[in-house]
Unconditional design. Structure first.
Length: 108
């Protein structure tokens, strides 16, 4: 038998790599409570526990920040969720005849 050389032909293979998405995540919004001279501190604590799932200690710290500095951050959420939180807190405050203001602003 004659000596045969086997040739291996190598095909160029195409490797697909995932592209990195350049889509920015949606902006987040801070939900804030604003201080007033009429809403009881205990009511503010209840709001923070009920709508923002804070324990008593966390709620008390945020309430004191609202009281001393004029506003306090309750949480940071996507726009739709932040808007819903603002509406829920505002309705709850009105229902209990308190002027507690809850607002949202873009988290920068």
């Amino acid at each position: 038998m004659p000596d045969r050389k086997e040739t291996t032909q190598r095909e160029d293979s195409v490797v697909l790599e995932p592209r990195k998405s350049r889509v920015k995540p949606p902006p987040l919004y801070r939900v804030l409570l604003l201080n007033d001279d009429f809403t009881p501190m205990d009511f503010v604590i209840v709001v923070l526990e009920k709508f923002f799932s804070m324990n008593r200690e966390q709620a008390t710290l945020v309430m004191l920040k609202v009281h001393r500095e004029g506003k306090g951050v309750c949480g940071i959420y996507p726009k739709d969720l932040a808007s819903t939180k603002v509406e829920q807190v505002s309705a709850f405050a009105r229902q209990h005849q308190h002027p507690l203001a809850c607002v949202m602003e873009e988290n920068t």
